[in-house]
Design a protein around this ligand. Structure first.
Ligand SMILES: Nc1ncnc2c1ncn2[C@@H]1O[C@H](COP(=O)(O)OP(=O)(O)OP(=O)(O)O)[C@@H](O)[C@H]1O
Ligand SMILES: [Mg+2]
Length: 174
């Protein structure tokens, strides 16, 4: 089941900023009664660290952080790491990092250097699977479908399949 976002969420962050009561836990409280009906709930976060993101982190067991090549992208991992620590400290002690997943990888020096720095910095917290930059992803998006339905043998589909295996495997061995 896919629950899309809604334009009304654009105000939510401002509302939560002034809310007095458990503003970090609205999503986790909303999900709690139905969580057992699902094997996995994947929450896509906005590209800014906001009360919405804090709600997503507070409602989650693990955070998976996609990182694209580039200097700003690498810098942003520091702030995400801090936010995870803060959520652990103040709201949800059990929150864990599922890992950093390097995505939009291509055969450029920039991409290779970015991955090298990411691995040097976060070591085994960087997942082995790398998602390549692949126009099939854009085309799937354009056709309003997922990459597995669009083109199961696309490079990105194969990589995402490996990522799922890696995440499941790590989960079952922990
Ligand atoms: N591996 C890939 N190769 C090529 N294009 C990709 C890949 N992954 C995503 N894209 C394309 O890049 C664009 C942005 O992707 P996506 O929305 O997943 O990024 P995002 O970082 O979550 O963006 P936002 O910050 O807006 O939430 C989309 O057009 C998507 O189809
Ligand atoms: Mg996004």
């Amino acid at each position: 089941m896919l629950v899309p976002s809604h334009i009304s969420l654009s105000d939510t962050d401002i509302e939560l900023t002034t809310a007095k009561d458990h503003r970090e836990a609205r999503l986790s409280r909303g999900l709690a009664p139905i969580a057992a009906e699902y094997d996995h709930v994947i929450i896509d976060c906005p590209p800014i660290l906001s009360w919405i993101t804090i709600n997503a982190f507070t409602a989650s067991d693990k955070v998976l952080v996609p990182v694209a090549p580039g200097s700003f992208e690498l810098d942003s991992t520091v702030q995400i790491g801090k936010t995870i620590e803060e959520v652990r400290e103040y709201y949800h002690e059990g929150l864990r990092l599922a890992g950093f997943v390097f995505t939009m990888s291509d055969p450029t020096i920039n991409s290779r250097t970015s991955l090298k720095i990411l691995r040097q910095t976060y070591q085994d917290q960087v997942l082995r699977t790398v998602i390549p930059r692949n126009t099939d992803s854009r085309d799937a998006h354009f056709n309003k479908t997922d990459i597995f339905s669009f083109k199961p043998d696309a490079k990105a589909a194969i990589a995402y399949g490996r990522l799922i295996d890696e995440l499941y495997y790590e989960e079952s061995t922990q």
